[in-house]
Design a protein around this ligand. Sequence first.
Ligand code: ADP
Ligand code: TRP
Length: 322
Amino acid sequence: MRILTGIQPSGQLHIGNYFGAIKPAVDLQPRGDCTYFIADYHSMTSLFDGAARRQYTRDVALDWLACGLDPQKSLLFRQSDVPEVCELMWILGTLAPMGLLERAHSYKDKTARGISPNVGLFAYPVLMAADILLYDTNLVPVGRDQKQHVEITRDLAIKFNLAYGADTLVIPESEIRDETAVVPGLDGQKMSKSYGNTLEIFGEEKPTRKKIMSIVMDSRTPAEPKPDADKNLAIQLLKLVAPADVAADYENRLRAGGLGYGDLKKALFEHYWNFFAPYRARRAELAADAAYVESVLKDGAARARAIAAPVLARVRKATGLA
Ligand code: ADP
Ligand code: TRP
């Protein structure tokens, strides 16, 4: 079974990315052939700074490797190192109705927020379909926000097979995990790079402590019981980074009254910091060897290309290009 997912190099990764995308992807490694890539072509629809893209691409690769992606077992590569994906995108684009793409949430959300759309943003789901179909993918683990894109991929694959031959493209399934589907940000909204409410996975100690200590809470005194303790943002985040019994103990103390928000936030920082400590150490080791990450990406791209070649040959033959 081929499992594939991509992540855009558009900024520093946060714990929403970790619990929503990286950890589930790393946990899937024993279940199939994992194919993970850094979607640098996709990042071009919203990031227009080459030096920043290069830096973020390297950072995302380091983050994946530090968080447990095993490059012996799984593929990690840069999307643009397999430019064949652009050819498949063109072919799929000729089967994609304008109306289908006009209904894509990501496109509608961005235009609604006043971002003036470029052709790349409009065609974004077609490139994503090409990413998925180029490797005969069976399973695509993604956050809920990407579900529609996988459905568009299935539509395009079915249309292609109808037009050009039943068994040319593999029809993929998405896998959406609901338990960590939405990690809340420091303002209580969905944590997102675009909202400036993130807790980075690998932030510096002092500024991160400051961010956590500045989380705004209500004005109830420490002594007051808080029957809504489970809704408290620090408790919700603590549940992700602390052992279950420790988080439950804080929640009970907050509910009963007697636990101050300052002490709760201190505990959150400590557990956050300790949770990521082994990954931080591993990341520092990997970062010290500049050539290593590049060699993993190049090796991943060579292996990915070998998987893509027969698929593209099938497509070219079916469509009469070859
Ligand atoms: P961002 O919203 O910060 O720009 P991306 O859209 O680049 O994040 O998302 C990369 C991956 O991380 C996707 O699989 C997405 O579903 C997941 N993800 C992003 N934010 C969260 C969150 N707050 N909770 C859970 N998963 C998230
Ligand atoms: N669109 C995805 C995101 O923003 C990234 C992505 C690009 C992707 N191509 C993909 C995810 C293929 C899964 C499969 O998060």
